[in-house]
Design a protein around this ligand. Structure first.
Ligand SMILES: Cc1cc2nc3c(=O)[nH]c(=O)nc-3n(C[C@H](O)[C@H](O)[C@H](O)COP(=O)(O)O)c2cc1C
Length: 175
């Protein structure tokens, strides 16, 4: 994991905004919302609707949506960003699972100390650019990032409460 703060974070943010404007992406792993189907696609759309509505952005407000997307490239104004890199083994599925668990534990340990973290898969779109900026060897692949700091509880985004699928939909019990 690499943690970036201060002037270095400001410089990285400038680079990410530039890359986004030029639509210059360098992901290590593919990601497309179009791959989502059925309930997964429905939940993703419902979450997006809740989020944009919570921020007062109408569906046809292109400029507002771009601005909200841009919060990602500014690390949601957090003072630190953790970028999670992994060595590449085989098809990478197992190591990606390990990194997911590591990230979740990191989020929980932040919460236990009164801090907050925003997991951001979107940062993975800029893996190559981030690797170059931080001088990280090519054999390390980036999965996602987590911006973190003390949360602003008054910020509109922090008042939005995302739904959870009920246990009856997500767990099958066998006995
Ligand atoms: C694994 C993961 C990746 C996410 N990636 C992004 C992202 O790249 N950009 C973003 O704006 N929100 C992203 N989100 C959603 C926000 O972090 C979301 O607001 C947050 O998950 C809501 O809080 P909650 O999960 O506690 O309900 C992601 C969430 C998760 C769990």
């Amino acid at each position: 994991m690499h943690i970036v703060s201060g002037d270095k974070l400001a410089e990285l943010s400038r680079i990410l905004h530039e890359k986004e404007n030029a639509q210059e992406y360098s992901p290590d792993f593919t990601f497309s919302l179009e791959d989502y189907y059925g309930p997964y696609s429905e939940r993703q759309k419902a979450q997006g609707k809740l989020y944009y509505e919570g921020l007062g952005i109408a569906r046809d407000d292109e400029e507002g949506r771009r601005r909200v997307l841009g919060y990602n490239h500014s690390f949601f104004n957090a003072p630190h960003a953790a970028l999670l890199f992994m060595p590449s083994f085989g098809d990478n599925v197992r190591v990606a699972g390990d990194i997911g668990m590591y990230g979740q534990t990191f989020l929980l340990s932040l919460a236990a100390r009164g801090l907050g973290g925003v997991p951001q898969t979107l940062l993975g779109l800029f893996s190559g650019a981030i690797r170059e900026f931080l001088n990280i060897p090519d054999e390390y692949k980036m999965l996602f990032g987590i911006s973190f700091g003390f949360p602003d509880e008054q910020a509109p985004a922090n008042r939005i409460k995302t739904d959870r699928a009920p246990i009856s939909q997500s767990v099958t019990f066998h006995s």
